[in-house]
Design a protein around this ligand. Structure first.
Ligand SMILES: Cc1cc2nc3c(=O)[nH]c(=O)nc-3n(C[C@H](O)[C@H](O)[C@H](O)COP(=O)(O)OP(=O)(O)OC[C@H]3O[C@@H](n4cnc5c(N)ncnc54)[C@H](O)[C@@H]3O)c2cc1C
Ligand code: SF4
Length: 279
């Protein structure tokens, strides 16, 4: 293990910049075990995070599990369905929405510790190698595909993230990696997600293409949320970060890899169905 101790502080004030927060641990624990996350101390924040859904304006505590959201009558359909279609019942019972938004890439080169671009190297092994599950947008310099279903739903639902330091639109929680900074999020060390706030849509939906009917990450996930005449679209599994799609025509701007071209067709079909469903 690359973490030496587990602390359970009595309040969030005890977290410093080096703290590595542990919520459900469904993503973090395997990463620590495999040496992909180095941490002197893991800080168990689960009991300190707000949990549950506040109706009216919809606030969601970061410690709310995907299972809680899947069962909630208060959250919009797109989010409920994105949670229901994620992972397995056991993982949804442990995994929190905050941890889900911050889960690491499933790119197997990254998970096997290849010295790739996202690990600080200068090559994308997936682009040159096996990449059937990878991206169709923003494929350079890293072609990974963001694995979170709920993130796409929350992006379409205009979620705002409240952290221990600021409020920001969900889109600003994510960034594409650059030469001098390979991170995929803008969260600072020790900064915690506390809550998400969403706007109630007139209608919303989440559709997911996956290899199996259960326990599969999205090949392509499409969320649509309609607010009056405006419909917002967001995609999972198509770029290193959750991807907002301005309009269906924006799929023409996809730059797939040879092995991911099929995803463009799937996205086109799901976007068409999602728009029909919320109309
Ligand atoms: C086999 C498998 C299949 C899966 N399938 C899917 C799928 O189909 N779709 C999908 O969307 N997801 C899927 N997942 C991901 C799963 O939903 C996430 O692992 C889970 O939601 C993460 O939540 P957690 O509370 O366990 O996070 P943790 O593992 O505790 O933490 C994950 C990361 O977030 C950080 N963190 C946690 N909470 C906070 C916070 N409040 N503030 C700041 N940082 C925080 C941690 O430090 C860590 O970096 C799958 C996971 C597995 C293992
Ligand atoms: S897709 Fe990204 S994470 Fe995967 S090998 Fe390429 S640079 Fe690394």
């Amino acid at each position: 293990m690359s973490a030496r101790t587990l602390s359970r502080p009595a309040s969030l004030e005890a977290l410093d910049e080096t703290a590595v927060p542990l919520a459900g641990g469904t993503d973090l624990v395997p990463l620590v075990r495999d040496g992909l996350v180095e941490a002197e101390t893991l800080v168990d924040v689960r009991s300190l995070l707000p949990r549950g859904v506040e109706p009216g304006g919809i606030g969601i505590g970061a410690g709310t599990t995907l299972a809680d959201l899947e069962r909630s009558g208060e959250v919009p359909d797109a989010l409920r369905e994105a949670c229901r279609l994620a992972a397995s019942p056991q993982l949804r019972a442990m995994g929190t929405i905050g941890g889900n938004l911050l889960q690491a890439t499933r790119c197997w080169y990254w998970r096997l510790a290849f010295p790739c671009y996202l690990h600080g190297g200068d090559r994308c092994h997936a682009r040159e190698g096996e990449h059937r599950e990878h991206a169709i947008f923003a494929v350079e310099p890293c072609a990974s595909a963001h694995p979170s279903d709920p993130a796409a739903a929350l992006l379409a639902l205009g979620a705002v993230v409240e952290t221990t330091r600021r409020r920001l639109p969900l889109a600003e929680l994510y960034r594409l990696p650059t030469e001098d900074d390979r991170r995929l999020t803008t969260l600072a060390g020790g900064e915690l997600i506390l809550r998400l706030r969403l706007e109630e849509p007139d209608a919303s939906v989440y559709l997911k293409a996956m290899d199996r009917q259960r326990w599969s990450f999205p090949l392509v996930g499409v969320a649509a949320a309609r607010y009056g005449e405006e419909t917002r679209l967001a995609l999972a599994g198509v770029a290193p970060i959750p991807w907002a799609l301005g309009s269906p025509a924006d799929l023409d701007a996809a730059t797939p890899l040879p092995g991911t071209a099929y995803k463009v067709d799937i996205a086109r079909a799901l976007v068409g169905r999602a728009l029909a469903a919320v109309r």
